[in-house]
Ligand binder design. Structure first.
Ligand code: IMP
Length: 189
């Protein structure tokens, strides 16, 4: 089975491949237009991206919409994670907004909503979350986005190996659920 990945985010492309290829899925990228993310939830935006990519390519398409929700910021940046602050300043902006905030109030979680859309209109949806805290400073070079400021058990995602992150990340959990649903979907075909 072949899926086109509906994202321009290099960090996500790497993770999608890492998770989908062991499921026996061939993952292809394509020059896709970027639909406006007008949804009010991660799930709605994931569907918008996957549906647009499927329509453009005629192939089954998979997308995720994801983001970081910070308790102290009332869940921001949330679905606006990719548009929060200027590019290159997003992590720093979160750290600045939490300056002086004690560890007990630094709770945060990542969310990933995964959606696959098929040319016949069928869709599969799955969601994953993972909980942690916002670090006091950026640490670690691995991963992408907010990884270096999101901490679990004393280490940021930026300090973890790919395998460690996948085993505990929002996208890892979303793809575990997705794999289960995809298997059932294919059995029913
Ligand atoms: P979108 O889903 O493409 O709208 O963007 C999600 C944004 O949330 C990304 O650009 C990252 O800034 C952030 N994000 C989502 N998942 C992760 C992750 O696994 N690690 C770090 N940042 C993430």
């Amino acid at each position: 089975m072949k899926f086109v990945i509906a994202t321009h985010n290099q960090g996500k492309i790497v993770e999608f491949k890492r998770m989908l290829e062991p499921m026996g899925i061939e993952v292809v990228s394509a020059e896709l237009s970027e639909p406006e993310e007008t949804g009010k939830s991660f799930a709605e935006n994931a569907f918008i991206k996957a549906e647009a990519a499927c329509r453009e390519t005629g192939l089954p398409a998979v997308a995720d919409d994801s983001g970081l929700c910070v308790d102290f910021l009332d869940g921001a940046p949330g679905i606006y994670s990719a548009r929060f602050a200027e590019p290159g300043k997003r992590r720093l902006t979160v750290l600045e907004k939490l300056q002086g905030v004690p560890i007990e109030q630094r709770g945060a979680h990542f969310v990933s909503a995964v959606c696959a859309v098929f040319p016949d209109g069928d869709k599969i949806e799955a969601e994953g979350k993972c909980f942690g805290t916002i670090a006091f400073e950026s640490r670690g070079e691995n991963g992408f986005g907010y990884d270096s400021i999101f901490e679990q058990e004393g280490r940021t995602f930026g300090e973890m190996s790919d395998e460690e992150k996948d085993a505990r990340s929002h996208r890892g959990f979303a793809f575990q659920a997705f794999e289960e649903k995809l298997r059932k979907y294919l059995q029913g075909k």
